[in-house]
Design a protein around this ligand. Sequence first.
Ligand code: ISJ
Length: 105
Amino acid sequence: MEQNRDDKTHALERLAELRGSIDNIDASLVHLLAERFKLTERVGELKADHGLPPADESREARQVARLRELAEDSHLDPEFAEKFLAFIVAEVIRRHERIAESRES
Ligand SMILES: C=C(O[C@@H]1C=C(C(=O)O)C=C[C@H]1O)C(=O)O
């Protein structure tokens, strides 16, 4: 009984420790995404200023191939890595379209 309580206390301590590290990683992800969006915003402005299209499928294909390889090397599911990139890129393109529209009006 006493042993069970010790085990559980230990498990709860370990859980809090792991969650602390997860919180740090989540914070890094948010910071990295914010930096990425600052850069893509500049790309969107550059494209709009020079009449370039918001999306670039050949660039995206190269990014997907590269990320899938990196994911495999890091033992991350490449399908997940691809979906994650697609989710971000879709939002970037939406923003580029908005920038282009605002230049037109
Ligand atoms: C940022 C760009 O615009 C779009 C968004 C991309 C991205 O978020 O990485 C990649 C290609 C484009 O479809 C770009 O052309 O580099």
